[in-house]
Design a protein around this ligand. Structure first.
Ligand SMILES: [Zn+2]
Ligand SMILES: [Zn+2]
Length: 80
């Protein structure tokens, strides 16, 4: 099993950080309980291609605030 497959299995963010070099995000992922969108949280809008929440826990898709579920991968976190 590849490293990337392991990461995917642990439900870390598979998106890419924007700006500068394209780097894999591998961030914690959360789900919006209002619209079921899942993705990571970044401190600024459009920080990751798979971002779902901004710093205020606002869902970038439906606009709901503080409706997060997760982190989805907390059970399997390594080195935390
Ligand atoms: Zn991400
Ligand atoms: Zn939402």
């Amino acid at each position: 099993m590849s490293y990337d497959a392991i990461k995917a299995d642990r439900q870390l963010c598979t998106g890419y950080r924007k700006g500068g070099q394209a780097a894999k995000c591998n961030g914690q992922t959360y789900r919006c309980t209002a619209c079921s969108t899942a993705g990571c949280r970044q401190t600024y809008v459009d920080g990751c291609s798979e971002q779902a929440f901004d710093v205020n826990w606002k869902c970038l898709k439906c606009g709901a605030i503080n409706q997060k579920e997760g982190p989805l991968n907390f059970v399997n976190r390594i080195g935390a």
